[in-house]
Design a protein around this ligand. Structure first.
Ligand SMILES: NC(=O)c1ccc[n+]([C@@H]2O[C@H](COP(=O)([O-])OP(=O)(O)OC[C@H]3O[C@@H](n4cnc5c(N)ncnc54)[C@H](O)[C@@H]3O)[C@@H](O)[C@H]2O)c1
Length: 347
C-alpha cells in the first residue's frame, strides 16, 4: 500500500515529536513542513524536506494526504479550516481550538465536509488508559462512585520567562487540566457540572498556579481533580506514566484512582483492589496488577491517524468530542472565577 504523505504545520516542541514518529512509521512519510520561525529552515534541511513559511504556500505546491497541525491554539481554527476545505484529513493538536465557538466551527466543518479530524488527546491511545476504561465500563469495580486525579507537578521556574505563561489562559487549567478532563470523560463518562476554586498565591502571577475541582458525572459518580504547577511531587501523569521520558523524568507512582462499590483501580500502575470474601473495611483487601504491554502512545496515535486517513476507522476523538472536553475545562476556569457551580449542556 502506498505511504500516506503528511505535512506537519508548526514544528515546535510537539510538531517535532510527530516528525520523529512519522520517521519510525512504515505507513507514512513526511512530505513538507510549514513554520515561519527562523530556526525551522535548518530543521527542515536536516530532514531533507521542503519548508514553507506560510502553510498556504505548502498547500499550493505540495500534494499531501494528511496534515498534523501543531501551531499555537489561537491559529487552530484558521489552519484547520484551510485543510478541511481542501478535503485533507487533519490531526489537530489539543485543545481543538482556544474557545468553544471556534471548536464547534471546526468540528462542524469537518462533519459537513466529510473530512476526518482526529484531535491530539494522545493519552486515549495509551493501553493503560484503555485497560482502566475497560475495568470501569465492564463493571469489574462495581458501580463507579468516585474518581480522584492528581495533577501535581513543578514547572521549572524559567518556564515562566515567556510572558503568556504568566497571563490568564497560560496556566495549568488550560494547559494541563484539559488532559485530565479528557481522560475522565473517556474512562468514566460525561461531566454534567463543575465546581472549582483556584489560587495564584504561590507564584503570584495573574494566572492560577493551583486549582481544586469537583465534578459530577452523568452516571452519578463524583470526581475530584487536584491541580498545581508549583508542587514538588511525582503525582502527575507526565512523571508517572512515562509517555515521554526525554521530556519528563520517569517515576511510576499511582496518580489516578477510580473507586467503585466492588473494587478500585489505579493508573498508571493498573492495580485492581477488591475484597475476596465479604466486603468491609474490617476485611483484608486484595490487590492484583492488570498486565498490559508498554507501548509508545504517540506512535499508537499516529498509527490510528493513518487508519483514519485511509478511511478504515473513525477518529477515537473527533472535533465535537474534543469540543466537549474543552467546554468542561473552560467551565472549571469560569467556576473558579465566578465562585459558583457551572452546569454543562451534554445533550
Ligand atoms: N498533545 C500534547 O501533549 C501536547 C504537548 C505540547 C503541545 N501541544 C499542543 O500543540 C500545539 C503547539 O504547542 P507547542 O508546545 O509545540 O508550541 P511551540 O511554540 O513549541 O510550537 C509552535 C510552532 O508553531 C509555529 N507557528 C506559529 N504560527 C504558525 C502558522 N500560522 N503556521 C505554521 N507554523 C506556525 C511556531 O513558529 C512554532 O514553531 C498547541 O496547540 C499545544 O497545546 C500538545
Amino acid at each position: 500500500m502506498e505511504k500516506i504523505g503528511i505535512a506537519v504545520i508548526g514544528a515546535g516542541v510537539i510538531g517535532r515529536r510527530h516528525v520523529q514518529e512519522i520517521a519510525r512509521n512504515e505507513s507514512c512519510r513526511l512530505v513538507a513542513i510549514a513554520d515561519p520561525s527562523p530556526g525551522s529552515a535548518s530543521y527542515a534541511a536536516s530532514l531533507s524536506v521542503p519548508l514553507y513559511a506560510d502553510y498556504r504556500e505548502l498547500l499550493k505546491h505540495e500534494r499531501i494526504d494528511a496534515a498534523i497541525v501543531c501551531t499555537p491554539n489561537h491559529t487552530h481554527l484558521e489552519v484547520g479550516l484551510a485543510f478541511i476545505e481542501r478535503k485533507i484529513p487533519v490531526l489537530m493538536e489539543k485543545p481543538v481550538a482556544d474557545d468553544l465557538e471556534s471548536a464547534n466551527a471546526l468540528a462542524d466543518a469537518s462533519k459537513e465536509a466529510g473530512v476526518a479530524m482526529l484531535v491530539g488527546h494522545h493519552r486515549r491511545h495509551n493501553p493503560v488508559v484503555r485497560a482502566a476504561k475497560e475495568a470501569v465500563a465492564s463493571g469489574k469495580i462495581g458501580t463507579l462512585v468516585m474518581a480522584n486525579i492528581m495533577c501535581l507537578l513543578y514547572k521549572p521556574d524559567d518556564y515562566f520567562n515567556v510572558p503568556w505563561r504568566r497571563q490568564p489562559g497560560g496556566g495549568p487549567i488550560l494547559i494541563n487540566l484539559i488532559h485530565e478532563i479528557d481522560l475522565l470523560r473517556f474512562i468514566c463518562g460525561e461531566i454534567v457540572s463543575v465546581q472549582a476554586v483556584s489560587s495564584n498565591k504561590v507564584r503570584g502571577f495573574d494566572v492560577e498556579d493551583s486549582a481544586a475541582c469537583t465534578l459530577r458525572l452523568a452516571n452519578g459518580a463524583l470526581a475530584n481533580i487536584s491541580l498545581s504547577d508549583t508542587t514538588a511531587t511525582p503525582w502527575g501523569w507526565d512523571t508517572a506514566a512515562g509517555e515521554d521520558r526525554e521530556l519528563f523524568a520517569y517515576r511510576p507512582v499511582p496518580t489516578h484512582f477510580f473507586a467503585g462499590t466492588n473494587g478500585a483501580v489505579t493508573m498508571p500502575d493498573l492495580t485492581m483492589w477488591s475484597y475476596q470474601g465479604a466486603k468491609g473495611r474490617d476485611q483484608p483487601i486484595h490487590d492484583a496488577r492488570l498486565a498490559v504491554p508498554e507501548e509508545n502512545t504517540y506512535a499508537n496515535q499516529l498509527e490510528h491517524f493513518v487508519d483514519v486517513v485511509r478511511g478504515s476507522v473513525r477518529p477515537v476523538i473527533d472535533g465535537h468530542d474534543a469540543a466537549r472536553t474543552l467546554a468542561a475545562t473552560l467551565a472549571v476556569e469560569e467556576s473558579a472565577r465566578l465562585g459558583r457551580l457551572i452546569e454543562l449542556n451534554v445533550t
